[in-house]
Design a binder for this molecule. Structure first.
Ligand code: EPU
Length: 417
């Protein structure tokens, strides 16, 4: 079993390069199969989610070549095949093959998706979208069969601006006959990245990045390229770490506009931040003020940064309150932070963090990806040794995390026991 071992307390300086966004890459790779020729995707992070999606493309008779962080995908001979649980359950984003295969071949048979257990992650909006476009859905014990004689554009409204449902319906609609309108669409930067990729192939998508997306169906999607946008959550995680331990820690390759909610919050509580065109330089503050956060859809404060923020909140003077509104079970880091010395109480979806408390190294477990990031952050500031178990969750989402942190002075390594 692999574990991360951290000796805390080191000041961090130097440069951390940010990789392509996980949550974009995991949708761009399935989106590529819609192409009738070949596609190239640049800046794909080398994370296990990437490899699991490539396995699925190979199962579907696609050809994938990897050169450093570039993927070349030949999807001209994609055929239908049942995507079994052993592949679908490895990650949440396997469900993008629902929209992509339905859009391409009018048929998909896939076992249930996996992903972090951070709440009841239903896919009813996705299914509602497929149905509106003309699909029939057969739900068996552990799999879905989704098929259509013909896909026809329609108007769709989501009760909640779901990232996954917005992308999945876009994937199905690009080749449907006529016009599809998605109302209350998600506005996350990842949606824009996927729409740009599809438009580069010849799709006709307007309005991505706003809450109304219009898609006019086309018959053919040609050769195209796309670059994965920088990972705003990876960048945010290292900026939070810099707010605790940085001495001019430079987080490089960022789109600063994607980080506005985080940077404004950190500036409000006294963190020294220099915002450049392509990088953020962060230096720890002597004293941090308590603050509150409510997670919201973009451009509000991202749920995916709330867990690392809890660790920062333990180092603020006074009572900080974190309210999680997107996922129903996203406090997996809290029991371990408390074992390390934090004073956090959780009531429903709210965490009350009483600071400032010193943290002490312990053996802890990463219950999910961002809980893992929260514990890495805690280990870096704790006195003594922190050992983190179940790190496969962390390695699913943070490319070369150990190398990146040791490169700026952290004492962190992976051991195998
Ligand atoms: N929801 C439904 N029905 C649906 C779809 C969503 O009830 O059909 C609910 C979910 O249960 C959840 C909320 O709506 O409570 C938000 O779900 P959304 O669909 O927006 O999230 P997602 O597509 O499942 C993506 C990211 C998450 C990120 C959320 C919100 C990927 C692979 N995952 O999930 O990322 O938290 O959007 O921004 O893109 C992570 O990276 O750690 C992570 C969990």
């Amino acid at each position: 079993m692999k574990k991360i071992v951290i000796q805390g307390g080191k000041t961090l300086s130097g440069t951390i390069p940010i990789s392509g966004a996980k949550n974009s890459a995991v949708a761009l790779i399935p989106a590529a199969i819609l192409c009738d020729e070949t596609t190239t995707i640049f800046s794909v992070p080398e994370i296990s989610d990437r490899d699991n999606l490539i396995e699925i493309i190979k199962l579907l008779n696609g050809k994938v070549t990897i050169e450093n962080d570039t993927l070349y995908i030949d999807s001209s001979n994609i055929k239908n095949a049942y995507i079994p649980e052993e592949l679908s359950s490895k990650l949440r984003a396997s469900y993008y093959f629902m929209g992509a295969l339905l859009g391409k071949n009018n048929y998909v048979e896939i076992a249930l998706p996996g992903g972090c257990k951070i709440g009841n992650r239903k896919i009813d909006f996705h299914l509602k979208g497929f149905k509106a476009l003309g699909a029939t859905i057969i739900e068996e014990e552990n799999k879905y069969i989704i098929k259509a004689d013909k896909l026809v554009g329609n108007k769709i409204y989501f009760d909640f601006a779901s990232v996954g449902a917005t992308i999945n319906v876009m994937l199905t609609a690009v080749k449907a006959e006529g016009t599809t309108v998605i109302n209350n669409a998600a506005k996350e930067p990842e949606i824009v990245n996927i729409a740009t990729f599809l438009n580069n192939m010849g799709a006709k998508i307007r309005g991505a990045g706003t809450s109304k997306i219009t898609i006019e169906g086309v018959n053919y999607l040609h050769k195209a390229m796309i670059e994965v946008i920088p990972d705003r959550i990876e960048a945010g995680t290292y900026i939070i770490i810099g707010a605790l331990l940085g001495n001019k820690l430079r987080v490089e390759n960022v789109i600063k506009e994607h980080l506005t909610s985080l940077l404004s919050k950190l500036q409000e509580i006294g963190v020294k931040i220099e915002i450049n065109e392509n990088s953020i330089v962060v230096t720890k503050a002597e004293k941090l003020k308590a603050f509150n956060i409510t997670t919201l859809i973009y451009p509000g404060f991202p749920t995916d940064l709330a867990q690392p923020m809890t660790t920062l909140m333990t180092q603020c003077e006074g009572m900080s309150i974190l309210e999680e509104t997107i996922h129903s079970n996203r406090m997996g880091q809290v029991p371990y932070l408390n074992e390390m010395g934090a004073d956090i109480t959780v009531k429903n979806q709210m965490a009350f963090i009483n600071g400032k408390t010193p943290l002490f190294g312990q053996e802890v477990t990463a219950s999910d990806l961002r809980a893992g990031a929260s514990l890495v952050t805690a280990g870096l500031i704790a006195k003594g040794t922190t050992t983190i178990k179940d790190i496969e969750h962390i390695l699913r989402g943070y490319e070369r995390i150990v190398e990146k942190l040791s490169g700026v002075g952290a004492d962190i390594k992976i051991i195998e026991e």
